[in-house]
Design a protein around this ligand. Structure first.
Ligand code: ARG
Ligand code: ZN
Ligand code: CA
Length: 328
């Protein structure tokens, strides 16, 4: 590694200095002053060498920059960061099944990943339903994508799961996460009563319980249970995993920390008719109930906002809370 870095530096020096020399040769001048200039026209690396020799902190910064650059290039090679800056999150699905119906097929899991990729890319078939009023604040492509790396299956006698993370540990009849610092773990379980799914927020990044849990009947599309049968429980939970709060801010006229989602009084359910007006703090607003972070039916939700997109991108950016998902 050290040798390689040194080689890169040496190469950089050669390239820069050669260019200057060639330019000097073109304007062929026997003048000694020019000859001196061509030999000493590129002192950046000499100055750097001096700095690095005398300053341990600068040496550490230099090493960190090179290590970060190497990581980025590796991530690009692995396809985790695409050429246009899209982050492709590697996904591990951990499937706990009791009945054969709960043992979702590979096709059904692929279908769920495909829904995520459409919803996060704004290529979902119902994107055209976004009201004109909200078109200017729609997220468009969030530049987050998902790639299934593997599916881990385990048969169980557990009929119903609680939201106590038992499914995330082998010692409590679950499945241990695959390195949550590098992989996004999804647990699909047979049943959680009235709970469709739940997620951990980015402060849990890399912890043993980090990830999303989905009830199998609300996972994927084909054979899923209406009216939550378009794979959008995953879209909603991944929103939380990437630091989105509920659009109503989990309080009456609460705050979701997103400027372009209108403050609304509370959650919406079912399939509301647009426009739907709420009054908060004496101000009446048309609310964005069709947002993935509300509680409406799958067929009634079809957008993230630009502000939500920015929050999610911050999480997977280099240096973000979930930067591990983009690294080797
Ligand atoms: N955590 C929410 C729940 O369990 C998920 C809501 C998802 N909404 C949906 N339309 N799929 O209720
Ligand atoms: Zn939620
Ligand atoms: Ca808001």
């Amino acid at each position: 590694m050290k040798k390689l870095l040194f080689g890169v530096i040496a190469l950089g020096m050669l390239a820069a200095c050669n260019t200057t020399e060639e330019t000097a040769n073109l304007t062929e001048d026997t003048n000694a002053r020019t000859a001196t200039a061509s030999r000493k026209s590129c002192p950046s690396e000499e100055i750097r060498a001096e700095l690095l020799k005398n300053d341990a902190k600068a040496r550490a910064r230099f090493a960190a920059i090179e290590a970060g650059t190497e990581k980025f290039i590796q991530a690009k090679k692995l396809g985790r960061v695409l050429a246009d800056g899209t982050v492709e999150i590697p996904v591990v699905v951990n499937l706990l099944y009791r009945t054969t119906a709960e043992n979702l097929s590979d096709a059904r899991i692929a279908e769920q990943i495909a829904v995520l990729n459409k919803d996060f890319g704004a290529t979902n078939s119902d994107v055209n339903k976004i009201p004109a009023e909200f078109a200017s604040v729609a997220a468009g492509d969030t530049k987050v994508r998902f790639r299934l790396v593997k599916t881990v299956r385990k048969s169980t006698t557990v009929r119903s799961w609680k939201t106590n993370d038992a499914m995330k540990k082998a010692s409590t009849k679950g499945i241990d996460a695959t390195d949550p610092t590098q992989y996004f773990n999804i647990w699909v379980v047979g049943d959680m009563g009235s709970i469709l799914g739940y997620a951990t927020f980015p402060e849990s990044a890399g912890q043993w319980n980090d990830g999303v849990v989905l009830a199998s009947k609300y996972t994927g599309v084909t054979g899923a249970t209406a009216p939550y049968n378009l794979g959008r429980t995953a879209t909603h939970e991944v929103g939380h995993y990437l630091n989105l709060r509920h659009i109503w801010g989990d309080a009456t006229c609460g705050n979701d920390f997103v400027a372009d989602t209108p403050t609304q009084t509370s959650s919406n359910g079912g399939s509301p008719t647009y426009p739907l007006y709420n009054t908060c703090g004496g101000v009446q607003r048309s609310v964005m109930f069709m947002n993935y972070m509300d509680y409406v039916y799958d067929s009634a939700m079809y957008m993230f906002s630009a502000g939500q997109r920015d929050r999610m991108q911050a999480v997977v950016a280099a240096g973000g809370a979930r930067a591990g998902l983009r690294n080797l």
